[in-house]
Design a binder for this molecule. Structure first.
Ligand code: CP
Length: 323
C-alpha cells in the first residue's frame, strides 16, 4: 500500500503545511496568488473576512518568536478564527506533561489547527502524525529543518519586486547550516525555477548538501554579490551551534557582513532581505538594513497575507476570491 503524503490529502490539496520540499510549483504559485488576494485587506477599514469563523487555531510555540507568532495570530484573527496562544512557560508542559498529552488536551478543547514552533527538527511532522484526523498542523519553524511560511513570504516579496524567478541571481549569505529559513528558501527557489542561486559563508556553516539543493557555493562574498538581484542575509544561529564555529562577530562581519560598499557590487536595483531577527554589525550593517534597498519590513508584512493564504488553504476554506 502506498504511504500517504505527509502534507497533501488524497485529492492533492494541502492537509498540513510542514515543508516546501515536495510541494509542486503549481501549489507554491497557488499559495502566492492566494496571498496576493489577501494582501489588500490590510489597507481596508474592515480588515477581517469570515473564512475561518467558528474555527479555533492554537499557537504552540516551544521556541521564542516575535514575527512568526504574532503574524499567525493576526492572520487567524483576520480570517475570523478564534485564537489560543498557549503560554508554554506557564503551561503544564513545565510540570512534566508530555507533548502528546498536551496535544490531547487541546484536541479535547476542539481546536482545528495547531501552529507549531519547536527546537527539534521534525517536530511538526511528528505532531501531524499524531493529531486527530480532523486537525491540521502548520509548521512555524522546526529546528534547522524547515520554516515553510517564511520561505513563502520570502518568495512573495521577491515576486512582488522582481515579477519572476527565472531571470534572477539570488545570494544567500552566512549560517546556512543551522538555518531552517535557508532550507525552505532553497527548496522554494529550486521549485519556482530561480535562474541562479549562490550560497556564501564560512566553510563550517555551509553544508555540502547545498549543491544538491540547486545552489552554487561561492567562496568569497564579493564574488557572490556581483550581478545579484536578491541578497538574503542570515543570522548566526548560535543557539544551534555545538561549540564555537565562528571566531567572533567582528571577524564574521569582516568576511561575510553585508556593508554598503559590498552592496554596490550587486545590481543597482537589488533588494536586501533578512528573515529577522537581524544582528546589526554582524551579518548586516545598520545603514544597509535601513537603506531604500532593504525590504526586511515588507517581508514581515507579507507574512500576514501568506499565513492567511496557508491557513485558509489547509482548512479547505478556499472558495474562489477571498475578498
Ligand atoms: N523570521 C522568524 O522566524 O522570526 P521570529 O523568530 O521572530 O518568528
Amino acid at each position: 500500500m502506498a504511504l500517504a503524503h505527509p502534507q497533501l490529502d488524497s485529492d492533492g490539496q494541502l492537509r498540513h503545511f510542514l515543508d516546501l520540499d515536495g510541494l509542486s510549483r503549481e501549489m507554491l504559485t497557488t499559495i502566492l496568488d492566494t496571498a496576493e488576494g489577501f494582501a489588500p485587506l490590510g489597507a481596508r477599514k474592515v480588515q477581517t473576512v469570515p473564512l475561518l469563523r467558528g474555527r479555533t487555531v492554537a499557537n504552540l510555540f516551544f521556541e521564542n518568536s516575535t514575527r512568526t507568532r504574532t503574524a499567525f495570530e493576526l492572520a487567524a484573527k483576520r480570517l475570523s478564527a478564534d485564537v489560543l496562544n498557549i503560554d508554554l512557560v506557564s503551561s503544564s508542559t513545565a510540570k512534566g506533561e508530555s507533548l502528546l498529552d498536551t496535544l490531547r488536551v487541546l484536541e479535547s478543547l476542539q481546536c482545528d489547527m495547531f501552529i507549531v514552533r519547536h527546537a527539534q527538527s521534525g517536530a511538526a511532522r511528528f505532531i501531524a502524525r499524531h493529531v486527530a484526523p480532523d486537525i491540521t498542523v502548520v509548521n512555524g519553524g522546526d529546528g534547522q529543518h524547515a520554516h515553510p511560511t517564511q520561505g513563502m513570504l520570502d518568495m512573495f516579496t521577491i515576486r512582488r519586486h522582481k515579477g519572476n524567478f527565472e531571470s534572477l541571481v539570488v545570494v544567500l549569505i552566512g549560517d546556512i547550516r543551522h538555518s531552517r529559513v535557508a532550507r525552505s528558501d532553497l527548496a522554494a527557489l529550486r521549485t519556482l525555477g530561480a535562474g541562479e542561486v549562490r550560497v556564501v559563508g564560512p566553510r563550517t556553516l555551509v553544508p555540502a548538501e547545498v549543491e544538491s539543493l540547486g545552489a552554487r557555493l561561492v567562496p568569497r562574498l564579493d564574488d557572490a554579490l556581483v550581478g545579484a538581484d536578491v541578497i538574503m542575509g542570515l543570522r548566526l544561529q548560535r543557539e544551534r551551534m555545538q561549540g564555537a564555529k565562528v571566531p567572533s562577530s567582528g571577524e564574521f562581519f569582516r568576511h561575510y557582513g553585508l556593508s554598503a560598499e559590498r552592496l554596490s557590487l550587486a545590481k543597482p536595483d537589488a533588494i536586501v532581505m533578512h528573515p529577522g531577527p537581524t544582528n546589526r554589525g554582524v551579518e548586516i550593517a545598520a545603514d544597509v538594513a535601513d537603506s531604500p534597498q532593504s525590504v526586511i519590513l515588507e517581508q514581515v508584512t507579507a507574512g500576514l497575507a501568506v499565513r492567511m493564504a496557508v491557513m485558509s488553504m489547509v482548512l479547505g476554506a478556499r472558495s474562489g476570491a477571498p475578498l
